[in-house]
Design a protein around this ligand. Structure first.
Ligand SMILES: NC(=O)C1=CN([C@@H]2O[C@H](COP(=O)(O)OP(=O)(O)OC[C@H]3O[C@@H](n4cnc5c(N)ncnc54)[C@H](OP(=O)(O)O)[C@@H]3O)[C@@H](O)[C@H]2O)C=CC1
Ligand SMILES: O=C(O)C1=N[C@H](C(=O)O)C[C@H](O)C1
Length: 271
C-alpha cells in the first residue's frame, strides 16, 4: 500500500510541530500539507524548518479544502471552533480525522457523532499509551473500591493551556464514573470556591493547576477512611501524544465510518 498522506492542521502550534516531527520519523506515512489559520504569521514557512527538521518543501497554507482533497487523513490539535469546521471538511473529503483538540462541548461531540456517519473519526483527550492505560486502571479501581472511597482528579499543565479541566482529567473522570456505573455529568464537581459545604456523596472532584512548562501531569486519588490509593501519569514530552496520533491515523485508514477512541486503536477498550 502507498504511504498514507497526512495533513497537519494547526501546524505552527506546540502539537502541530511535534506532529510534523512524528510523521517524519514514522514509516508508511507522509506529510502532504500543513495548515494554519488565515492571517497566521507562519503561512508560507516551510513545515520541516518550523518543526526543527530540514526543509520539507511543504509550505504552510490556509487552504484546508485543497489540502484535505489531496490527503488520506488529517491530524487536528487546534481549538474547538477550528475542529468543528475541520470535521465538516474531513467528512466531505471522506478522510480519516484524528482529533486531539480538548475543550469540546457536548454539542460539539454530537456534531462529530453526525460527521462520523461518513468519516472515520478517532478522538481522545489524550493520545498517549500511558494515559489510556491509566484510564482502564481507573475504571477497574473505581469499580473495585466502590463509593466508600472519594475520587479526586488533580491535573497540572503549562501556563499557556486555555481549557480546564483538561481533556485527560475528563477522560479519567469518565473512566471513574464508568467504573461506578454512574454518569459523570451528574457527579462531577469541576470547581470549588467559598463555603462549599461538605463533599456531596458520590462526587468526582477536579482540581486544576497551571504554571510553567509542565507538559501534563494527572493523578487520580481514591481517598478512603484511613488510606488513599493514587494512580498517576506524568507526560515529559509532547512526542508521546504525536506518536499516538500518527498511530491512530494509520489504524483508521480503511476502517468503516465511526467515532473511535484511542482505547480502540490500542486494543484496550475491553481491558
Ligand atoms: N489529545 C491529546 O493527546 C493532546 C491534546 N492537546 C490539545 O491540542 C490542542 C492544541 O494544543 P497546543 O498545540 O498546545 O496549542 P497551540 O495553541 O500551541 O496550537 C494550536 C494551533 O492551532 C492553530 N489554529 C487555531 N485555529 C485554527 C484554524 N481555524 N485553522 C488552522 N489552525 C488553527 C493555532 O493558531 P493561532 O495560534 O493563530 O490561534 C495554533 O497554531 C489543545 O486543545 C490541547 O488541549 C494537546 C496535547 C495532547
Ligand atoms: O494542552 C495540553 O498541553 C494538553 N492537553 C491535553 C489535555 O487537555 O488533557 C493532553 C495533555 O495533557 C496536554
Amino acid at each position: 500500500m502507498s504511504d498514507m498522506r497526512l495533513v497537519v492542521v494547526g501546524a505552527g502550534g506546540r502539537m502541530g510541530r511535534a506532529l510534523i516531527r512524528a510523521i517524519d520519523e514514522a514509516p508508511g506515512i507522509t506529510l502532504s500539507a500543513a495548515v494554519e489559520r488565515s492571517g497566521s504569521p507562519f503561512l508560507g514557512e516551510d513545515a520541516g524548518i518550523l518543526a526543527g527538521l530540514s526543509a520539507s518543501g511543504i509550505k504552510l497554507t490556509d487552504d484546508a479544502l485543497a489540502a484535505f482533497a489531496a490527503a488520506d487523513g488529517v491530524v487536528d490539535f487546534t481549538a474547538p471552533q477550528a475542529t468543528r469546521a475541520f470535521a465538516e471538511l474531513a467528512a466531505q473529503a471522506r478522510i480519516v480525522h484524528v482529533i486531539g483538540t480538548t475543550g469540546l462541548e457536548p454539542e460539539d461531540i454530537a456534531r462529530l457523532d453526525a460527521a462520523a456517519n461518513h468519516a472515520v473519526i478517532v478522538r481522545s483527550g489524550n493520545m498517549s499509551l500511558g494515559v489510556n492505560l491509566l484510564g482502564a486502571l481507573t475504571r477497574k479501581v473505581a469499580a473495585t473500591l466502590g463509593s466508600d472511597f472519594d475520587i479526586e482528579i488533580v491535573e497540572m499543565h503549562h501556563r499557556h493551556k486555555v481549557d480546564a479541566p483538561s481533556g485527560t482529567a475528563l477522560l479519567l473522570g469518565d473512566a471513574a464514573a464508568a467504573g461506578r456505573e454512574v454518569p459523570l455529568a451528574e457527579n462531577a464537581v469541576r470547581v470549588r470556591d467559598g463555603h462549599t459545604g461538605p463533599r456531596p456523596e458520590g462526587a468526582i472532584g477536579f482540581a486544576t493547576l497551571r504554571g510553567g512548562s509542565v507538559v501534563g501531569d494527572h493523578t487520580v486519588i481514591f481517598a478512603g477512611a484511613g488510606e488513599r490509593v493514587e494512580l498517576a501519569h506524568k507526560a515529559e514530552d509532547r512526542a508521546i501524544f504525536a506518536r499516538g496520533a500518527v498511530r491512530a491515523a494509520l489504524w483508521g485508514r480503511g476502517k468503516k465510518p465511526g467515532h473511535y477512541s484511542m482505547a480502540d486503536v490500542l486494543g484496550i477498550a475491553d481491558l
